[in-house]
Design a protein around this ligand. Structure first.
Ligand SMILES: Cc1ncc(COP(=O)(O)O)c(C=O)c1O
Length: 359
């Protein structure tokens, strides 16, 4: 068996110890006589898995008691529609910051349910910056202020949660959750798909302040209503049980790594190494302003795009996969989530240096 370095934006690399543990427990989970895949979600074994999953996430992120944690389906994409249906609270407007492709999608979907006030946009910089907060339009009559904490395609990350001038903050943290400490209490709602920093695809985490639950639009289907899911411990419908288990293993791995403070230090080190290599090269270029460069997704463009195909082929020949940039921006992108070891980043830098020397 030879495992490659996988720079995919998601689904993405998982910690190897997690995969090994899942393999070891595949046929039988800890004396239960069955695989986790075969367990009733209401049985005592799975209840234990579910309880630990929530308590580990609570302790890793320091989630205050007055927040509910949900494990849902439909991806972050479903939340683009569920959020306005759940937390508009009778209001007709919501503020959104537009920092890239994922913000745009969130805005487009929200527009079916409310008037979207675009508080700020970095479209004029081709989404390579975060608009200066002093110019944000914050509508005090809006129900909430939504931002995308890390733009997975453009490689732009908020260095910290923005202030909302009293508006309830809502964050899409799909591609940077658990990569750094996060002040949950500054937010009304945080959501994230699991397929980048938390496990395989198939689970969506929603962390929502209690007072925002139970205010959904009247006609919302129960399965999309946070209050119904809270009441049923995210089991109003049969949950993605095996994925919950795998996310639970990733969280235990992260705790073993020293938690989010420790992993943040590693993420800073890995991304600094890669950005330094890009900045000192004449062949590679990252267009994002330094103060908001993503630690998770590092896009870079080759000075001569005719070299792109050769670059990708040679990278694969060196065991470095999934480096092609998103089709909407072109170039390359290295996604270096929590589970990407520093050795993978160093192997990429060595390869890039050698490719530049020979081209
Ligand atoms: C920041 C961000 N938001 C939302 C999504 C959509 O997630 P999903 O495909 O799980 O709905 C993604 C997926 O890559 C993302 O990176």
């Amino acid at each position: 068996m030879s495992r490659i370095y996988n720079f995919s934006a998601g689904p993405s690399v998982l910690p190897e110890p997690v995969l090994l543990q899942a393999r070891d427990e595949l046929l039988e989970w800890r004396g239960s006589g069955v695989s986790v895949m075969e367990m009733s979600h209401r049985g005592k074994h799975f209840s234990l898995i579910a309880e630990e999953l929530e308590s580990d996430l609570r302790s890793l992120l320091g989630i205050p008691q007055n927040y509910k944690v949900l494990f849902l389906q439909g991806g972050a994409t479903a939340q683009f529609s569920f959020i306005p249906q759940n937390i508009l609270q009778g209001k007709t407007r919501a503020c959104y910051v537009n920092t890239g492709a994922w913000s745009e999608k969130a805005i487009k979907d929200a527009q079916s349910y409310c008037e979207v006030v675009v508080s700020a946009s970095s479209e004029n910089t081709k989404f390579t910056s975060i608009p200066d907060f002093s110019g944000w339009v914050l509508d005090s009559g809006a129900a909430y202020l939504h931002y995308t904490a890390n733009e997975t395609i453009h490689g732009v990350e908020f260095p910290e949660a923005p202030g909302g001038n009293g508006l309830t903050l809502v964050a899409d943290m799909s591609s940077n959750i658990l990569s750094r400490p996060c002040d949950v209490s500054a937010h009304g709602l945080i959501y994230a798909g699991t397929q980048k920093n938390m496990g395989p695809a198939g689970v969506t985490v929603v962390i929502v302040r209690e007072d925002l639950v139970g205010k959904a639009n009247k006609n919302i289907p129960p399965v999309f209503d946070y209050a119904e899911q809270v009441k049923n411990n995210s089991m109003l419908n049969t949950p993605a049980t095996y994925n919950w288990y795998l996310v639970g293993l990733v969280l235990k791995w992260l705790i073993g790594q020293g938690g989010v403070e420790a992993i943040e230090q590693r993420n800073i080190a890995k991304s600094d190494l890669l950005y330094q290599a890009i900045d000192k090269s004449a062949l590679y270029h990252n267009p994002v302003e330094i103060n908001c460069r993503s630690r998770m997704n590092v896009p870079f463009i080759l000075a001569d795009e005719n070299l792109d195909k050769q670059f990708l082929a040679a990278a694969e020949a060196n065991g470095l996969f999934e480096l092609k940039g998103h089709r909407s921006v072109g170039g390359m992108r290295a996604s270096i989530y929590n589970a990407m070891p520093e050795a993978g980043v160093l192997a990429l830098i060595d390869f890039m240096t050698e490719f530049e020397r020979t081209h």
